[in-house]
Design a binder for this molecule. Structure first.
Ligand SMILES: [Zn+2]
Length: 289
């Protein structure tokens, strides 16, 4: 328990500091744009993946990475034919997704779940960084000729995550409820739970049409089939650990035995294999069996 808590506190501290980016130099980072369909482009630099809708009404941005990258993001949107975003949607509160809020709030309105506002305020972010419009369950923005649905995904990565579904463009941004460059991070300090994380992913899988593109918070854009495979593999890793627990094995033994070879690449990212196993172990032992 102690080491899991230590992990979580460490990550929480990293996220809290992320918007200020004290130790990072962003000078060499370039923002790239990839058209995904309809009005929507994927924007990538450093930090969480962004999406931008550009059309007759103007520009709408989903997530805004780190503060020092905001002017580059704005320039890339201008290059694509958009002005300063009129709306900025935050998938959740972490600084690698909201670091540009203060910058974009000058010209735009930030929309996010109620708990994003609470947690950004708790993290002592400037008042400008806080969402102006918040919601408990969801909200729709009718913009650039389509309904853009924000759907709250409760108690998963955090307690304030939303999916942003561009229903006409057939693109959905899942924030860190979907990451495919490694094991996911369940931010328990921010109200996240493993059970909720998996339930949210299953809900998304049932909700979206077959021809949708899914943007992960970190990693590469996926088809629905690829998303389904990711969820199946992730769920399998949880089941494998829970079987070992039911056999009475303790955490060090389960970590020592490890996961099958197919998960080797998953452990190379932000959450290594032992951290993921620890997350599963602590989640399962905390829930009724
Ligand atoms: Zn996050």
């Amino acid at each position: 328990m102690h080491s899991a808590r230590h992990f979580t506190l460490l990550f929480a501290a990293l996220f809290a500091l992320a918007p200020f980016a004290a130790a990072q130099n962003f000078d060499a980072v370039e923002i790239t744009a990839t058209p995904l369909g309809g009005n929507v482009h994927l924007l990538q630099g450093q930090g969480g993946n962004m999406a931008v809708s550009i059309g007759g009404d103007g520009a709408l941005l989903v997530d805004d990475q780190f503060g020092p990258l905001a002017d580059k993001t704005k320039a890339k949107i201008a290059e694509l034919g958009g002005g300063a975003p009129a709306f900025i949607l935050n998938t959740h509160w972490h600084g690698d997704h909201t670091g540009g809020n203060e910058f974009f709030a000058d010209a735009g309105t930030i929309i996010a779940h109620d708990n994003v506002r609470l947690r950004l305020a708790d993290a002592a972010r400037l008042p400008d960084a806080l969402p102006v419009i918040t919601y408990a369950e969801g909200i729709s923005v009718h913009y650039n000729g389509e309904e853009i649905r924000l759907i709250h995904l409760p108690a998963g990565h955090t307690d304030g995550d939303s999916a942003v579904w561009f229903t006409g463009s057939k693109v959905i941004h899942l924030g860190d409820e979907f990451v495919n460059n490694g094991f996911p991070f369940i931010d328990i300090q921010s109200g996240g739970t493993l059970v909720g994380f998996l339930a949210n992913a299953r809900r998304v899988l049932e909700l979206v049409p077959d021809d949708i593109l899914l943007i992960p918070g970190h990693g590469t854009v996926s088809s629905k089939a690829q998303f389904g495979q990711w969820l199946a593999d992730l769920t399998e890793s949880v089941n494998l650990v829970q079987v070992k627990m039911s056999e009475g094995k303790d955490l060090p033994s389960i970590i020592a035995e490890g996961l099958p070879e197919k998960y080797a690449s998953w452990g190379q990212g932000f959450i290594n294999e032992s951290a993921w196993i620890t997350t599963i172990y602590n989640s399962a032992s905390a829930s009724p069996r």
